[in-house]
Design a protein around this ligand. Structure first.
Ligand SMILES: Nc1nc2c(ncn2[C@@H]2O[C@H](COP(=O)(O)OP(=O)(O)OP(=O)(O)O)[C@@H](O)[C@H]2O)c(=O)[nH]1
Ligand SMILES: [Mg+2]
Length: 717
């Protein structure tokens, strides 16, 4: 492969809802660029992009795949991404390194929930966008509806460049209102004829053309003037205007295609190469401290790794964008995060599995390398500078499950594999919860986790079992209570003695210290000597007051009493969950001149706390999540009644053109496998996000159940 310079490279990411035809389109692009001489198909499991075993098994993309094609003296880097929500990781990381996205719409359904989700991701990443309405050859294709749904979503940013004369089986071409030509295709391999626009289409074509000219003129004053003067713009002027509109995200040009029949591929690539931003005028890379780095091939060498994958027979492969400078084979670089020296032994341009060795890659190009020692997704490698780029931010998980190895002896190996999986896919999160005593695996959906499970079984012969995760409940109190507890033990030699009198009360942030308690018929006046405010690792606080009078307990025993209290805070008296938001005042007690020691006071503190806690109207609190559900209107009824069964509190609803957004608060305990239910209730057309909000008391009936379950568990042990 020849060496391409920065102004001969374009980087696009293909996005679109599941099965819209991205992988098929990428295949056609590589075919047109002669990177392959035959087109494979997803159904025949022989595309360049979906080359992994698991992708072929499921006949869908699961990972992002870096591809390239060579066209019009340019190298077009294409990242094909999965459309399914579960594998959004591939979209998020690709967005970081591409300069524009190509959004594929399935003409059978127009804008889908997945399209909207991806549109939001493109928005957040400020990515220019070109739209391709695909599958126009399908019998159910409906161009008008597709355009209407696009206009509903993107408004006047929807700029039509092409329209079809017929759709369905007879679809064999389109009118291009930028070129003002009628293109027809004579076979399924992209053989194209350029025709004049038929006379009976002249009016409609002119109408679309005028709309395009106006949309193009809008982005530049001088173009606007030319337009007013002449009532028309030249083809080049339209391109210039669109180029500005694309860059500022105020124009999303719309193209026609049948990826399956290779119709429309060439014009789409022409347009991308002529109009989409070059790497040095698109994506701006900033370092963690906010410095903008110029995409300049003669600058210091610096790359950003956007994806790490483990590939059969090769091991770890790191995919990157050259942010600055020129990377050459054999170059020594330094990892900006961990100072590891890394040698770039070989460089590749890749089209899926097909890797082509290249001697260098310039600023703006995408490629990969192998055999790095300590470099992963989100890392920066430099030669002669110390930049470090702001990392890719991945979405919060939506599915959590507990896991263990079926065979106990393989637990350690499994844990290693899960940590590796996280490095490859940062949206897979694994942690051992000391609190729950479970390994919790989180991801984007049940399918996401099942694919991982399949991979580990298939490649490593380890079977992992999934089961419902425990909920990290919290315990707290709602009333004031006291307890006196004497710990006394006489056994032969030295005895144990410690007596603690304490008061506990609920803690609320900002409430003043209590100078006197009236509790259980007693009046306890306080003489505050010390106060410790402890921020608990698991959220909330413990405030510990020393209010001992007349040396009833030596100051040296106070930390031991606190330790005893913390023992019970860590294993709450109700269900063994963490306790939080409590104030404890130790106001009296007794010592023995010989037998008192730290252990005695620790035990006395612990038991006094436990007794008082049980009298203080204790409550179990549960984690609540803010959940946003995006759902087509027709499924609203089912979704709402399902949410009600999950103890959800609906906070708001918004509807926009056939879709509803439900804002709700749902207890984590009710969210197990929500993604799976939502998907089955809506035939996969809805999606949701969830984020931890706060802790709330559980309803009485739920508390009752939890107490009983804990009692039973205790008995078992
Ligand atoms: N009729 C018709 N079918 C198409 C077209 N493009 C793709 N398909 C079919 O649609 C299905 C999905 O195509 P893919 O290329 O895998 O779609 P994708 O967008 O990559 O799907 P994901 O990777 O799962 O998101 C396959 O059966 C394709 O053969 C097209 O232009 N016309
Ligand atoms: Mg695909």
């Amino acid at each position: 492969m020849k060496i391409y310079s920065t102004n001969q490279i374009k980087n696009i990411v293909l996005i679109g809802s599941a099965s819209s035809g991205k992988t098929t389109l990428a295949e056609a692009m590589m075919f047109e660029g002669k990177v392959i001489d035959r087109r494979g198909s997803v159904d025949a499991k022989n595309t360049v992009s979906d080359y992994t075993e698991v992708e072929q098994l499921y006949k869908r993309s699961i990972y992002s795949t870096l591809l390239y094609t060579e066209y019009n003296a340019h190298k077009l880097n294409i990242i094909d991404t999965p459309g399914a929500d579960d594998f959004v990781n591939g979209v998020i990381s690709a967005m970081k390194v591409a300069d524009a996205c190509v959004l594929a719409i399935n003409a059978q359904s127009g804008v889908e929930i997945g399209t909207r989700t991806l549109g939001r991701i493109a928005d957040r990443n400020k990515k220019p966008m070109v739209i391709v309405v695909n599958q126009l050859d399908h019998e159910k294709a409906n161009w008008e509806n597709s355009i209407e749904s696009l206009k509903n979503l993107f408004g006047t940013r929807t700029v039509i460049i092409q329209y079809p004369l017929t759709t369905g089986e007879g679809f064999n071409g389109f009118i291009d209102v930028l070129k003002m030509k009628y293109y027809t295709f004579t076979d399924d391999n992209g053989t194209r004829i350029e025709n004049e626009i038929p006379a009976d289409e002249a009016d409609r074509a002119a109408e679309y053309h005028n709309a395009l000219v106006e949309a193009a003129a809008e982005h530049d004053e001088s173009l606007m003037e030319t337009f007013f003067e002449k009532g028309e713009l030249t083809e080049d002027e339209i391109r210039k205007g669109l180029s500005l509109g694309i860059k500022s995200r105020s124009a999303f040009p719309v193209f026609c295609a049948s990826a399956k029949k290779d119709i429309g591929t060439k014009r789409l690539m022409d347009f991308i190469i002529n109009v989409a931003p070059y790497p040095n005028s698109g994506n701006v890379f900033t370092t963690e401290d906010g410095k903008e780095i110029l995409c300049d091939a003669s600058g210091p060498a610096s790359v950003f790794v956007y994806k790490t994958a483990v590939e059969q027979h090769i091991g770890e492969v790191n995919y990157f964008r050259v942010i600055s400078g020129t990377i050459k084979e054999g170059m020594d670089m330094v990892n900006a995060g961990n100072d590891t020296k890394e040698r770039i032994s070989t460089l590749f341009a890749t089209a899926g599995k097909k890797r082509e060795k290249v001697s260098e890659l310039v600023a703006g190009d995408l490629g990969c390398t192998v055999k790095l020692k300590n470099t992963k997704t989100n890392h920066t490698l430099n030669a002669g500078t110390d930049w470090k780029y702001a990392p890719i931010v991945f979405p919060d998980p939506k599915f959590r499950t507990a896991v263990k190895a079926k065979n106990e002896n393989e637990e350690e190996k499994l844990s290693e594999l899960l940590h590796k999986a996280h490095q490859e896919d940062p949206t897979l999160i694994v942690e051992y919860s000391k609190e729950l005593k479970q390994t919790i695996l989180s991801g984007q959906g049940e399918h996401h986790i099942n694919i991982l499970k399949w991979g580990i079984l298939n490649n490593n012969k380890i079977e992992m079992e999934l089961f419902p995760p425990k909920i990290p409940y919290r315990e707290t109190i709602t009333k004031i209570a006291t307890a006196d507890y004497r710990h006394k033990k006489q056994s032969g030699g030295a005895g144990q003695f410690g007596e603690v009198h304490l008061v506990i009360e609920p803690h609320t942030e900002g409430a003043p210290d209590t100078p006197m308690f009236k509790v259980e018929g007693k009046e306890i006046k306080l003489n505050m000597k010390g106060k410790e405010e402890i921020n608990l690792d698991w959220g909330g606080k413990l405030i510990y007051y020393n209010s001992i009078v007349g040396g009833a307990i030596d100051a040296r025993f106070m930390p031991a009493i606190l330790k005893g209290i913390m023992d019970k805070m860590e294993e709450g008296p109700l269900t063994g969950s963490y306790a939080r938001d409590i104030r404890v005042t130790v106001y009296d007690g007794k010592m023995h001149p010989v037998d008192s020691n730290e252990l005695s006071f620790r035990l006395a503190g612990r038991n006094a706390f436990k007794e008082a806690f049980k009298k203080a109207a204790p409550k179990i609190m549960e984690p609540i999540y803010n959940v946003k559900v995006y759902v087509p209107s027709e499924y609203m009824g089912d979704i709402m009644s399902d949410l009600q069964n999950r103890r959800a509190i609906i906070e708001g609803m918004e509807s926009e053109s056939g879709f509803e957004v439900i804002k709700t608060r749902v207890p984590l305990a009710e969210m197990y496998k929500y993604s799976t239910t939502l998907s089955s209730l809506t035939s996969g057309s809805a999606t949701f996000t969830m984020k931890f909000a706060d802790y709330q008391q559980v309803p009485a009936d739920v508390q009752e159940k939890l107490l009983k379950a804990y009692e039973a568990e205790e008995k078992d042990e």
